[in-house]
Each structure stands twice: as C-alpha cells, then as structure tokens.
Design a protein around this ligand. Structure first.
Ligand code: COI
Length: 356
C-alpha cells in the first residue's frame, strides 16, 4: 500500500485490483464494488481527516446507535464516462444538498461540500478504470452516513461515519413492472421522514412490497397516509402519469422525496414543449382515465432505474393494463436525459460536472 495526501485527503492505494474478475457485461445492480472507498469520521464535534482507502469490512461496536435506532442516511448518484474517457457527474451539488437536509432531519451532522464532493472526486479518479463507457453503463455512487457512537441510550450519537462506495452498473431492472396502489400501508406520513433519504424509509417498504410480489406485482404505488387517495411515489422512485398529452407528477412535500431525476425530467419535458402539471393525482382519477382510454403512460423516475415504465396497475382488486404507445414520453425523456448524462447531447442545462 502506498500513502499520499491530496487536498488534505489521505490516499491509501490497494496493492492489487479486482477489476479483472468482474464481468462488466453481466452486472447485477449494486452487487460489485470497486477497489477503494472514501471514509471520513465525525468525532469530538468535528469531521476528521478524510481518507480514500482499499474497500474492506468495517469493525463496529455492537451497541452503535445505527443498529438500534436506525440513524442512517444515504444518497444515490451516478458517474458516466464520455468517448474521450472523461468522467462526469450529474448535478452532484444537488445530492450534497439533499444529503445535508436528510442529516438535519435525522439529527446527524451536516457534511461540508469539501469533504463530500472532493472525496468523491478523488475516489473516482483512483477507480477511473472501473467507470465504463457507453449509454447504459454508469458508476452508481452510494454516499452514506451511519451513527457509530456506542451505547443504547435513545438519543443522537456523538460519532458518525461517512462513506462513499462505487458500484459499476448497467440498467437497474429491465423487466415489465406491474404495480399495486397502496390502500393500507404507507411509505411516509406528514411530519415524518419521507422527504429524507433515510435508510428506514426503504427498509419499511420491504414488507408491503413482498406482499405485492406474492400477488404478482413488482412494486407499490405509495399513497398519502391520511386518505390513501393521492398517488405519491412508485417503489423507490418518484412517479409520473401521462393523461392525454399532459405529464403529471405529485408536488414534493414532507412525504415525497425531492428527486433529482424527477426535477430533471420535468425541466426536459418543459423544454421539449410537453405540457406538465405538478399536482396531486388521485387514484380515482387514474382509474377513470384508464377506463376512458386517456391514461397513456405511467413511469417511475429515480437515479438507479432512470425511467422505469409501468405496464399496468391494480386498485381495489381491479387490474388496469396500459395501452402501447408509439410516441412514449417515457422513452423521449429517458433518451434526452441519458444523452445529457452520457455527454452524447449538448448539456444546455449545465447539469454535468467533470471529475478532474
Ligand atoms: C434511486 O433510484 O434514487 C434510489 O434511491 C434507488 C436505490 C434505493 C437503489
């Protein structure tokens, strides 16, 4: 291992690489990690010296608060390699901002941009060979923070670990997605942590999603907890509906994540001259639109899956299948977005940031 210091980030290089063992054409999402990770600990009220080091297990006290009270947050981001082998991030400052908003909600310390973004930059430079070219290939980036302070008293930890992992990715899930509209379970509630990227928001989805899977549905469309009438998110993604030629999605709120893919797709749709409406969409409205043929598309939008087309939905034990469309908004928006991300199209929004 060789050790150097760059911009106050300590760099410890792995002595060998695993890259030749990886089949980049057959990657399962989030299963393979690169040779290095980024780590920075919070102790004595301040962030310590950050380090890029070989990927390895971590040793933790079993009473660490993350294990008992779930003080844990994360982000999902991606990096892309262009045809000149330059690496690009997509709106990384948005992820940093949202990470800190999640930290505040979970009573965790905010992390300076100089640690989050510079750390990511150094990590990507070191594992640059792992970022593969071509539309469909990307590097999924998982920044996260956990409470490492020991002791089971139920109050916020005084010690934390921030880490960034890199996982080379192809598409997230390519199969057909059928969804069930939630009538009982909720992903989030007013006053709760739905708008934060808190680990527990995702863990709490597993049980209702397993029930949906047993009934032949891959995902759940989450509704508002008070009335279960408003359509809010789909699985781990924001959700869009096309009724006639209008693209609809719910406004962000305490219950809904401020998705970066969501707001990028809205901006692209507006630029393309599509009619968009950010408002609550009711389950009854969706059923009506499915019945009279005006419901053209439903799709989820998130970093991991980008755009995930939904083929049909179930509500109150009735299944509604969507018609095939020749002029799919989902395809158009996905093509425009991934074109910008992969540097195949001009980035008129100034969303891409080069890793240097
Ligand atoms: C995303 O797509 O933004 C996610 O957070 C997905 C992740 C839970 C795998």
């Amino acid at each position: 291992m060789s050790t150097t210091q760059t911009n106050k980030i300590e760099i410890i290089k792995a002595t060998s690489s695993k890259i030749n063992d990886v089949d980049f054409d057959n990657l399962s999402f989030g299963a393979v990690f690169t040779d290095h990770l980024f780590e920075c600990d919070f102790k004595n009220g301040e962030w310590q010296t950050p380090v890029v080091k070989p990927y390895a297990p971590i040793l933790m006290d079993p009473s660490s608060k993350v294990f008992h009270y779930g003080q844990a947050i994360f982000e999902g981001m991606k990096a892309y390699k262009d045809d000149k082998d330059a690496i690009w991030l997509f709106r990384p400052e948005e992820n940093h901002k949202r990470f800190n908003a999640s930290a505040v909600r979970m009573a965790m310390p905010e992390i300076p941009e100089s640690i989050f973004l510079d750390g990511l930059n150094e990590l990507l430079k070191l594992d640059a060979e792992w970022v593969k070219r071509g539309n469909g290939s990307s590097m999924y980036i998982r920044p996260f923070m956990i409470a490492t302070g020991a002791g089971v008293v139920a109050n916020p930890s005084d010690e934390y670990k921030f880490m960034i992992l890199l996982s080379p990715a192809k598409s997230y899930y390519a199969g057909e997605v059928k969804v069930i509209i939630a009538e009982h379970y909720s992903r989030a509630a007013n006053g709760g942590i739905g708008a934060a990227k808190a680990a527990g928001n995702y863990g709490a989805q597993f049980y209702p999603t397993n029930l949906a899977n047993k009934d032949g549905f891959q995902q759940v469309i989450w509704t508002d907890d008070a009335t279960h009438t408003k359509l809010e998110e789909a699985g781990t993604m924001n959700v869009f509906f096309r009724i006639n030629d209008t693209l609809l999605t719910a406004p962000t709120s305490e219950r809904i994540l401020d998705g970066i893919t969501r707001k990028s797709l809205l901006a692209i749709a507006e630029k393309e001259g599509l009619k968009t409406e950010v408002r609550s969409v009711l389950a009854s409205e969706l059923v009506e639109a499915a019945k009279d043929g005006s419901l053209k598309e439903i799709f989820g939008a998130g970093t991991a899956a980008v755009v995930s087309v939904i083929k049909g939905f179930s509500y109150k034990d009735e299944y509604y299948e969507l018609p095939k469309t020749d002029d799919s908004y989902a395809s158009l928006l996905k093509e425009k977005l991934t074109g910008i991300q992969n540097k195949l199209a001009e980035d008129t929004f100034n969303w891409t940031v080069q890793v240097k």
